[in-house]
Design a protein around this ligand. Structure first.
Ligand code: AMP
Length: 615
């Protein structure tokens, strides 16, 4: 297509912006040299010039009064409408002519349109660099609730940035278009969008290939940032409990806790438990901590439930019952959180669409809309997704998923596993497909052995297992042991022989058994962890006798017995509590005497308890 015909799609977001377009290979987010396509919607005024994006984001703490974020909240609004918003913003916003506002930085003042235009210019430049040709026209997305003034302000921003804004479309509509839902016959679609700072839910009605907004709801100040804040506060509380003398007031500490909290949160979207370090020499803070997904979920559950309540209210406003919704689409980085997905799924009684990256889905839909407006056809290969999760059997018959259901193909994932028994020279890889937590409830796809691993203590070998699903849906599983270089592989066809009805049934069963499966899985995992920790303690027991007093040794022994007794009962959380107590009792031991390797081993046992050891 000629560049004059090309129309890109732009998601101009409150925190992040990006562009997408339909290229020969289909719709893609535009990125330069494999870098992230995302440009943070942040600007910083530096010596008469704007720094935009990541660079500006980093300046936010250094030069808060010169750094502008959340401009989208100001677009097309007058000073009166912004009364609730302004106290939250660290930069100066003053009334201007016709009731509008300007952002004041030093001697200069800027309209929200001009500021948005700077972000759009950065997105445009990035798109041009990615495409290797100029871009003149765009479809830009706005929230479904934006009024005429806000839409007009967005158009003006585009014009100032040198873009012809061919159309403004609603963000939820763009997300639905990305999934091709406008092509279908089905009626009502719900779009659940949980980002960093905002939550939106929209109910759309499709008629004659056009989406009409039936109702919208949300909270303009609810999102991932709030989860970070809750987690950071809890992390701080725990440190404070252990070291009451430490003063953690001040921006340095709060920044460190916030940053670490976000990383921990993101980690817990894929792991059941994670370990993190907090180092702040200036305050005498240096510690290593753990956080589990269960603990994180308990913290954020009330906020997630609030979003579900808003969904119910919005459905009611639209005059729809949850079971009348034909499709649910997830948007926004925070929709990756497993608890969020589970709650959305529970509410609507169906698996949401998650195949497209939730950070890119709105831009991609806008890019497709642009492509269609430019006279393009939808002749690109439609997204093909992996219908059921793929993974391997791990210790205790648990199912470790490497590729989750609804991932777009081609797809690839690698995870590292280890051995469970000393001097184990082979591992058997049992490949399964399904949504349950135990392999006995999943479908076996094949097995193979990796042999020739040199004898090593349990836990030392590193077996990299890679799942690769090619565009034809063929799964290749390969395994390679890092130290010896031993490798083996097998090809299988995953969804072979399953009808759409069967897949639906498997999905439904997994929802029905989710709670019970999870409890059983935790139990198996915590028992494995207990075994591993016992082995670790045995290894260092002789040294422990030299270092610790009689009373401390007795306390450790007694607690090991308590853990053993608890391990035969069916109460994962109680077992976990006793394990944590044992961890507390053995911490001085670990810190005082363990050689680095042994210490690392024990830490790894704690960290990796998520079913990583292999049968
Ligand atoms: P957005 O505004 O849509 O770009 O979403 C950004 C928010 O998503 C931030 O709060 C991120 O911390 C959060 N986020 C991104 N990836 C993940 C993840 N894997 N798990 C949980 N939250 C995430």
């Amino acid at each position: 297509m000629e560049s004059k015909d090309l129309i890109i799609g732009i998601d101009l977001g409150t925190t992040n912006s990006l562009a997408a377009a339909v290229l020969d290979q289909g719709p893609v987010a535009l990125r330069v040299d494999g870098k992230s396509p995302i440009i943070p919607s942040v600007l910083s005024r530096q010596e008469g010039h704007w720094a935009v994006g990541q660079e500006a984001r980093e300046l936010r703490t250094i030069a808060p009064e010169r750094t502008v974020f959340s401009v989208k909240r100001l677009m097309g609004r007058d000073h009166g409408e912004l009364a609730a918003e302004l106290p939250r913003l660290p930069y100066a916003v003053q009334p201007a002519q016709r009731g509008l506002v300007k952002v004041h930085i030093g001697e200069e003042a800027f309209t929200p349109q001009e500021l948005s235009a700077e972000i759009l210019s950065a997105v445009k430049r990035n798109a041009e660099e990615a495409l290797g040709r100029p871009v003149a026209r765009a479809v830009i997305t706005v929230p479904a609730y934006f009024d005429d003034a806000q839409r007009q302000a967005t158009r003006d921003a585009g014009r100032i940035a040198g873009l012809e804004v061919v159309r403004i479309i609603n963000e939820p509509t763009a997300a639905a278009i990305a999934y091709g839902l406008d092509e279908g016959q089905r009626g009502t679609v719900a779009v659940y969008d949980l980002g960093g700072g905002t939550f939106d839910v929209s109910v759309l009605q499709l008629s004659e290939k056009v989406f009409k907004v039936l109702a919208t709801g949300g909270d303009t100040h609810l999102g991932g940032d709030d989860f970070d804040a809750l987690l950071a506060a809890e992390m701080m509380r725990r440190v404070q409990q252990r070291q009451p003398g430490l003063s953690l007031a001040g921006p340095l500490a709060s920044q460190l806790f916030r940053k670490t909290a976000e990383l921990v949160k993101i980690d817990l979207s894929r792991a059941l438990e994670t370990e993190y370090r907090l180092d702040l020499p200036a305050l005498g803070l240096a510690c290593q901590e753990r956080f589990t997904r269960v603990e994180f979920e308990a913290l954020i559950a009330p906020l997630v439930d609030t979003t579900i309540g808003t969904c119910r209210a919005t459905l009611a406003k639209a005059g729809k019952r949850p079971d009348e919704i034909a499709d649910v689409v997830l948007v926004g980085g925070s929709s990756r959180i497993p608890l969020v997905r589970a709650r959305v799924r529970e509410l609507f009684g169906r698996a949401p669409n998650i195949a497209i990256d939730p950070d890119e889905v709105v831009a991609i839909g806008a890019g497709i809309q642009g492509h269609l407006l430019a006279g393009g056809r939808r002749d690109y290969v439609l997204l093909d997704v992996i219908p059921l999760s793929l993974g391997i059997e791990t210790l205790g018959g648990t199912f470790s998923k490497l590729i989750t259901a609804n991932t777009t193909i081609p797809a690839e994932a690698t995870e590292v596993f280890t051995t469970y028994v000393d001097d184990q020279t082979g591992v058997e890889l049992n490949i399964y497909q399904g949504e349950r937590e135990f392999v006995k409830d999943c479908r076996n796809l094949g097995r193979f052995r990796l042999r020739g691993i040199p004898p090593m203590p349990a836990g030392l070998p590193k077996v990299h297992v890679t799942f690769l699903v090619d565009t034809n849906g063929i799964l290749t599983v390969s395994a390679r042991e890092e130290r010896s270089g031993q490798a083996a592989a097998i090809d299988v066809i995953p969804s072979h022989g399953l009808t759409a009805g069967e897949i639906e049934r498997i999905m439904d069963e997994s929802v029905a058994h989710a709670q019970e499966d999870m409890t059983r899985r935790q139990l198996v995992e915590f028992r494995n962890m207990a075994e591993a920790v016992f082995r670790g303690i045995d290894k260092v027991w002789d040294q422990a006798r030299e270092m610790l007093g009689e009373a401390e040794l007795a306390a450790i022994r007694a607690q090991m017995d308590t853990v053993r007794r608890q391990a035969v009962l069916d109460e994962p959380l109680a077992l976990k509590r006793e394990m944590d107590r044992l961890g507390e009792l053995t911490r001085p031991l670990a810190d005082a005497i363990m050689s680095k390797a042994a210490l690392q081993e024990l830490r790894r046992f704690f960290r990796d308890h998520g079913g990583v050891e292999m049968v």
